[in-house]
Design a protein around this ligand. Structure first.
Ligand code: AMP
Length: 114
């Protein structure tokens, strides 16, 4: 579990977000500081702080997120190429401690990441 975060407030509709997908397990909304033409954050409604704190009983939820990400990319018109990013931990660039996947696309993406 995690402390409440700004994403918790978005889940509870306490603050606005540009929501592009929602189901009983997860929510997706546009990143407020987009790094590409498509930059969406996909989050579980259950507040897991970061990926390495997920437990075996989250297996179905994590699978659901991975299967939902391509559907959202397709909905946005980027079914052919997108990048799914998880920053796990502060040193990896995580700034909001509610598990989230960045779904990024719509431009050429370089590798390796910074
Ligand atoms: P990370 O640095 O991997 O934890 O990603 C957090 C992301 O959340 C960043 O890309 C921020 O731009 C984004 N972000 C923070 N607050 C909001 C918000 N209220 N609505 C949408 N995106 C947000």
């Amino acid at each position: 579990m995690s402390e409440d975060t700004i994403f918790g407030k978005i889940i509870r509709h306490e603050i606005p977000a540009d929501i592009v997908y929602e189901d009983e397990l997860c929510l997706a909304f546009r990143d407020v500081a987009p790094q590409a033409p498509m930059h969406i954050l996909l989050i579980p409604k259950e507040p897991i702080a970061q990926l390495n704190l997920a437990q075996s009983d989250h297996q179905q939820l994590l699978g659901h997120l991975l299967l939902t990400a391509p559907k959202i990319a397709a909905q946005e018109g980027y079914e052919d190429a997108f990048r799914l990013v998880n920053n796990c931990g502060e040193k990896a660039g995580q700034s909001v401690f509610h598990l989230h996947f960045h779904i990024i696309g719509g431009r050429d993406l370089s590798w390796p990441p910074g």
